[in-house]
Design a protein. Sequence first.
Length: 587
Amino acid sequence: MDIFKILSLIGGLALFLYGMDLMGDSLKKLAGGKLESILARLTSTKWKGFLLGLIVTAIIQSSSATTVMLVGFVNSGIMKLGQTLSIIMGANIGTTVTSWLLSTADIQGTAILIKLFKPESFTPILAGIGLIMTMTAKNDTKRNTGNMLLGFAILMFGMNAMSGAVKDLRNNEAFTNILTMFGDNPIMGILVGTIFTAIIQSSSASVGVLQALALSVAIPYSTAIPVILGQNIGTTITPIISSVSGNTESKRVAITCLYIKMIGVIVVCGIFYLLHSVIGFSFMTREAGAIDIAFIHTLFNILSTVILIPFTSWIEKLAVKTIKGKGEEEKEIDVFATLDDRFLAMPAFAVEKCKDLVCEMATISEEAYNKAVGLLTNFDLATYEEVDKLETRADKYEDKTSTYLIKIAANNMSADDSKQVTELLHSIGDIERISDHAMNIAKAAKEIYDKKITFSEKAKRDLAVISKAVSEILELTTKALINDDIELAKHVEPLEQVVDSLNKKTKNGHITRLRQGDCTMELGFILSDLLTNYARVADHCSNIAVCIIEISKDSFKTHEYLNQLKYGGESEFSALFDSYQQKYSLE
């Protein structure tokens, strides 16, 4: 084998691995975060978890990706260790789909229909279709579909390149001796399969390389079987690496992946070679083709799953005993644990987790405002401290979530995910400021209570009306954000205009009472401070609502939108404004 053949082999391997990565990444993007969400939520029974693991992995073509997801889920508290075991076993079978796709290279025959199923026939067609779709696509779905087809075509070209590069090894005595050594010493074959797969971190890829070799080199069953068993162990390196920075539970998920594979290999290997020593399987000396390798890979994972799935609770206990807990503090729920860096590889899912936290933050700010307003009429120190805690909590949400959103934005995202990130980043600052204004209102209420001062009856009624209007605008905004409700968001700006009008009328009323001697300058300062905070809350709600509306239209022209509403004669805006003006009128 000369230097040029070695270069061809390296080039073929590079194309194969790149194609597999491109195809898997495109499949994950096509799923759009839905698969991750399904895995995280629908695992109520052992068999349901098994089926979900099988289906999800068959779709994204990577058991490593699935198990890394599970490590992240457990680390963030979304799932428990026990829920992951059956999913891992399902994933082990789902990942074998790739080997069956690659086995089409081993189809033999001269009939036209058979030739159409050979890679050299359909791969150029897929590459052409994929290239056209990628270059002309105007939406992410078509672009990702095109990239998926291109990825599959590239990996098949890489596989053919590897097969061509190693053809000369078929009659090479030294290489044949190495293969024979693996057959005579299965443990050596298992070790080689484990190390190679651990290096490239994908059993699908390593099995594919073995299939490529089998197309040109005579690989007997006696060699293929132990190498495939080792490849199944080697793929566990990915979740192990992923769990290094995680908590105790996530490390237990990783060790569970290793135990399932190792126990499966020990049991299946032990039974198989015991029978072989007694019966003597004649097929062990025959050549194993690409289809045979796919069959062995699938059969092993099915057998090990059937053997081990009844003992999932025992495997869980073994993992718990192996990885000792660090203490009770790990049982505390961390709401920010879902902002796990492992999810950055799954942007759609990561964005969804951020959206959940931003919605929680909006609810916190709304609660802080309503409690603060309640203090104006019924002050108590416990509620005041609750408002302070809610404001501090909202600050923490803003800091953690905005930092994570910026990390997501640095990744390659779909257009929909990018729009969602933009909306959340624009909204999160406004939500945090609402909690600040709630705290300001609470402080004003405390000042009124401490100084034992009282507003006039008219001022009380006016404040009650405007605080109720702001409470509704905040409720509308929060619901619109949580439900992505564009129509509800359109109600915010008309009500915000009504709040501005109420603000001006209340200030004018105060000036009139001041002139008449019915109010004092000290009360005037407090009243002005309250009205300013009411107006700012309404303004921030307007910013959030406009962001929701404009992002939905692939635009972010806030000023143009507001000018069109206010001065463009929009009948819907006018009708809503009139309705809210009647609802919140000052007597």
